[in-house]
Ligand binder design. Sequence first.
Ligand code: PBG
Length: 329
Amino acid sequence: MSYPLIRPRRMRRDEFSRRLMRENVLTTNDLIYPVFVHEEKGRAPVPSMPGVERLSIDELLRVAEQALELGVPVLDLFGVPDPAAKTADGRIAWDPDGIVPRAIRALKSRFPELGVMSDQALDPYTTHGQDGLIDESGYILNDETIEALVRQSLVHAEAGVDILSPSDMMDGRIGAIREALENAGFINTRIMSYAAKYASAFYGPFRSAVGSAGNLGKGNKFTYQMDPANSDEALREVELDIAEGADMVMVKPGLPYLDVIRRVKDAFGVPTFAYQVSGEYAMLKAAAANGWLDEKACAMEAMLAFKRAGADGVLTYYALDVARWLRED
Ligand code: PBG
């Protein structure tokens, strides 16, 4: 009896050798925590995202303190405006006294060492729930939208944001924003582009959280976000954003698109991030609430899967939980 001579199980037999051959590790340095900031007082739960709440600026400061204490390096801000203030052109998106610029100023003055990131797109601010400006037929106008995104970006940069993250998928917006930043002297404002962002059904709970779901109605984003069938196209999008001046790129959603993360990382070797989106979070929460999955084990496995696929970091609604779980172990 000569087989098996090679026994991969040998290395898995004990904890010490499992540890020795472990290829990827997750630390709190890998986490970005997305948060929703609203105009109301206090906190309001997001029903389809248990554990996620819309926060007033006062409450946001409490959460920021926790994030810092847990070692989470960056908070990513999404604005939830007063519904009555929405317009077809979404102009409150570039109001210097809008919810996001106020939140940026509050965070940076209280916690200068905390990384602050913000989202650029018009969907929370428009009456139609699209990320850009539309023509009479409802088509999203590219170049006109870029002008609006540049305004929104400059307002966030002036408020002191560290990282801009345009999530709209207009062509050429990274170049236009980068040029405007340079011209205005914001040479150190980083850009993480939503470079490969798919037209995904997994964004549903997020649209409820920012209050754009009702505005968008039966509308979709197929004319600007990418077709889930494609991955060569993702490389083209990433290539353009890097050439236009992105410092970091993102693939979104996360777990269903690990192949895209791997291709992007292998092709470009730039800082690459995965966004574990609202629907991915909601699935885990729902299964855990039913006792069907072990929440911590599954969430941590998903984080490691992002690292294994080549992601340098993950945007996740689990960020504070993950930081706590890492501390426990
Ligand atoms: C808006 C935006 C979306 C997300 C981030 N920025 C939704 C969308 O494109 O419709 C999704 C985040 C999530 O689902 O967690 N431009």
